[in-house]
Ligand binder design. Structure first.
Ligand code: SDN
Length: 149
């Protein structure tokens, strides 16, 4: 069964979450890993690829992203864009917000017109509001091609 929170209760939060995600992913796709990590709580946890240990704390998350990009792409001049869609919010009794959504990662290279579209993922976020701002307490990325999620 599909249950929905009344739209009037969700519209403001939905717009805020979308704006939060846009700022967060512009930071990531722009290569500013420290700014991306700062969108997590100080003790935040981030798992983006099954098999890699989850990164913890802002310093740990930024370091993991530097290491991953270095290992995966080295000097390959890729432009990556993470496209979020189908965001489903479930505000909890405890004040946290569970957010589940789809992601396609689009990778382009200079001079190559057709981008690569992979992986296709489902992301499970726990968001919290602190001092009027949203933060990720955790993020787990499941990859469709691995049959998880
Ligand atoms: O931050 C994300 C990510 C992400 O950082 C990813 C990374 O590589 C670094 C939010 C939502 C989704 C993602 C998905 C990925 C994919 C992952 C692995 C890959 O590109 O192969």
């Amino acid at each position: 069964m599909i249950t929905t929170t009344p739209l009037s209760d969700l519209t403001g939060l939905y717009a805020r979450v979308q704006q939060f995600y846009a700022q967060q992913m512009h930071a990531l796709d722009g290569g500013d890993f420290a700014q991306y990590a700062a969108t997590f709580t100080p003790d935040g946890e981030f798992s983006h690829t099954p098999g890699r240990p989850p990164a913890r704390t802002r310093e740990g998350i930024a370091a993991e992203l530097h290491a991953f990009h270095e290992q995966r792409f080295g000097n390959d001049p890729v432009r990556r864009r993470h496209w979020f869609n189908m965001i489903r919010l479930a505000p909890g009794e405890d004040g946290t917000i569970r957010s589940t959504f789809y992601v396609l990662v689009v990778t382009s290279r200079p001079g190559v017109r057709e981008p690569e579209i992979a992986p296709s993922c489902v992301v499970h976020d726990v968001l919290v509001e602190e001092g009027g701002e949203l933060f990720n307490r955790s993020r787990r990325v499941d990859h469709d091609y691995l049959g998880i999620g």
